[in-house]
Design a protein around this ligand. Structure first.
Ligand code: CMC
Length: 428
C-alpha cells in the first residue's frame, strides 16, 4: 500500500488522505482542505524554502548530517582526487563521465570558444578603474545575451549545447578581463595550449613573457577548487537560475541573475567576507573578543554555518588539505593561524556546537586565493566560474522537466484591507 498522510481539519472535522511520495506531500494536495466553499484552500508557509522541495533533480546529492556531497553519484572526494574541472563539468552537464574521445572533443570545443568578441572587451573597458570584478562579471554576463541572440532558442538542444560551450569557455576570459581591468593592465589573450585552469592563470598573470606556465601545484589547486565549487544543488543562486529560466529567458540573462545572487556575503561573497573579517580581527589576541561579539549577535563568523550541512562541509575538509600544498609553494598566508584559532574555539564552543555551525567551503578558500595572488574582490568571481557548470545543468534540467512551470510562489497578504483613495490635501 502506498504511504499516505491523514490530516484532520479541526475547523470542519473532515479528514483528508494525502499521498506521500519520495518523503514529500504535494503542496497542491493541501488546496482541497477548505473551511467552506468560499475558502481558497490551505497553503504551506515556508519563507526561504527551508522545507520545500521545488524540483526533482539528478545532478547533485547532499546529506547534510553526514557531510556527503556527490555529483551524479560520484563522491566529491574522488572527483577532487582523480578528475579535472573540465571532466567534472562534463559529468555535471551531461550526466556521465566522458570517455576519452568525448573528453577530447569537449576540451577542444571549449578551447575554440575562449576568445571574447572585441566589443565585449570594449564594454568592459568602460567600467570605472575601481569597479568590483563581480559587478563587471554580472553585467558582462547580461551583455552576452545581446551578442548571442540565438540563445533565445532555449528549446533547441543544439542551441543549448552551443551556449553551454560558449559559457564554460568564456567565463574564465571574462573574469580575467575583469581582473586585468581592475589592476590597469592590458587584457591577455587565451592560450589554447594550456589547461582550463592554466589558461585562466595565463590570462590573469602573464606579463611580457611569450608563454606563461603556472606553477603545476597552483594550477592543480585552482582546478580542484573549481571542482569543489561546480554545483551544490538548490542553493540561492541556483534557485535564481531556475526561477529566471522558468520564464524562458535566455541562459546569459539567467546567469547574470544567478551571479548576482551569488555575490551576496551570505552566499558566494562569503569567501571575500571571511578575508575582510580576518583583517578586521587583526591578531590572535583579538580572536576571543571577536567570538564573544558573534555570540552576542553582533555579526556572524563568516565562512561558518550552512543551511544544509549540519556537520563539517566535505569541501572544507578537502580545501584544508589543498591549503597546505599551496602554502608550501607560496609561503603560509599569515592569516591562517587566526583562521585555525577561530575554528578551534568555535568547534568547542557551546554556541556553535549546539547550532551545528562548522566551517563551510568559504572559510579556507580565500586564504588559498590570497596566497595565489588574487585580490580579495576577485574571490566571488572565482566561485562563479565553476558554478556556471552547475547553473547550466540545473537550468537545462528545469527546462526539460514536464513538472516545471514558471516559478511563482504564493503569499499571505497582511497589508491593509480595501480603503478609498484620499486626495493629497486630505492625507493625515
Ligand atoms: N555565525 C554566527 N552565528 C550563526 C552563523 C554564523 N556564521 N550562521 C548561523 N548562525 C546562527 C544564527 O544566528 C541562528 O542562531 P539563533 O537560532 O540563535 O537565531 C542559527 O545559527 C541558525 O542560523 P540561520 O541563519 O537560521 O541559518 P540559515 O540556514 O538560514 O543560514 C547561512 C545559513 C550560510 C546563511 C548562515 O550560516 C551564515 O550566514 N553563515 C555565514 C555566511 C557564510 O559563510 N556563507 C557561505 C555559505 S557556504 C557557500 C555557499 O554555498 O554559498
Amino acid at each position: 500500500m502506498a504511504d499516505t498522510l491523514t490530516v484532520t481539519d479541526s475547523r470542519t472535522g473532515k479528514q483528508y488522505v494525502l499521498p506521500i511520495e519520495d518523503g514529500t506531500i504535494r503542496a497542491m494536495d493541501l488546496r482541497q482542505i477548505k473551511k467552506d466553499g468560499e475558502d481558497f484552500g490551505l497553503m504551506s508557509y515556508d519563507p526561504a524554502f527551508t522545507n520545500t522541495a521545488a524540483c526533482r533533480s539528478r545532478v547533485t546529492f547532499i546529506d547534510g548530517d553526514k557531510g556527503v556531497l556527490m555529483y551524479r553519484g560520484y563522491p566529491i572526494e574522488q572527483l577532487a582526487e582523480h578528475s579535472d574541472f573540465l571532466e567534472t563539468a562534463y559529468l555535471i552537464l551531461f550526466g556521465e563521465l566522458p570517455q576519452q574521445k568525448q573528453y577530447d572533443d569537449w576540451a577542444r570545443q571549449i578551447t575554440l570558444h575562449t576568445m571574447l568578441h572585441t566589443n565585449i572587451a570594449k564594454l568592459m573597458e568602460g567600467f570605472r578603474h575601481d569597479a568590483h570584478p563581480m559587478g563587471m562579471f554580472i553585467s558582462t554576463m547580461g551583455a552576452l545575451s545581446t551578442f548571442y541572440p540565438d540563445a533565445k532558442e532555449i528549446f533547441s538542444e543544439e542551441s543549448r549545447r552551443l551556449q553551454t560551450v560558449r559559457l564554460i569557455a568564456k567565463v574564465p576570459s571574462i573574469s580575467a578581463y575583469a581582473f586585468r581591468h581592475s589592476i590597469g593592465r592590458p587584457f591577455n589573450q587565451p592560450d589554447n595550449d594550456l589547461s582550463y585552469a592554466g589558461n585562466f592563470l595565463n590570462m590573469l598573470f602573464r606579463m611580457t613573457e611569450l608563454k606563461f606556465n603556472a606553477h603545476p601545484v597552483l594550477e592543480r589547486a585552482l582546478d580542484v577548487l573549481f571542482i569543489l565549487h561546480a554545483d551544490h544543488e538548490q542553493n540561492c543562486s541556483t534557485s535564481v537560475m531556475r526561477a529566471i529560466g522558468s520564464s524562458h529567458a535566455d541562459p546569459y540573462s539567467a546567469i547574470a541573475g544567478a551571479a548576482a545572487a551569488l555575490y551576496g556575503p551570505l552566499h558566494g561573497g562569503a569567501n571575500e567576507a571571511v578575508l575582510r573579517m580576518l583583517h578586521e580581527i587583526g591578531s590572535m589576541q583579538n580572536v576571543p573578543a571577536f567570538i564573544k561579539r558573534v555570540k552576542a549577535g553582533e555579526g556572524r563568523l563568516m565562512g561558518f554555518g550552512h543551511r544544509v550541512y549540519k556537520s563539517y562541509d566535505p569541501r572544507a575538509k578537502i580545501i584544508k588539505r589543498i591549503a597546505d600544498l599551496v602554502f608550501d609553494v607560496t609561503g603560509k598566508n599569515p592569516l591562517l593561524d587566526m583562521a585555525l584559532e577561530l575554528e578551534r574555539i568555535a568547534l568547542e564552543d557551546e554556541y556553535f556546537v549546539s547550532r551545528k555551525l562548522y566551517p563551510n567551503v568559504d572559510f579556507y578558500s580565500g586564504l588559498i586565493y590570497q596566497a595565489m595572488g588574487f585580490p580579495v574582490d576577485m574571490f566571488p568571481v572565482l566561485f562563479a566560474i565553476p558554478r556556471t557548470a552547475g547553473w547550466i545543468a540545473q537550468w537545462e534540467e528545469m527546462l526539460t522537466d514536464p513538472d516545471q512551470k514558471i516559478a511563482r510562489p504564493r503569499q499571505i497578504y497582511v497589508g491593509p484591507t480595501q480603503r478609498p483613495y484620499v486626495s493629497k490635501e486630505k492625507r493625515r
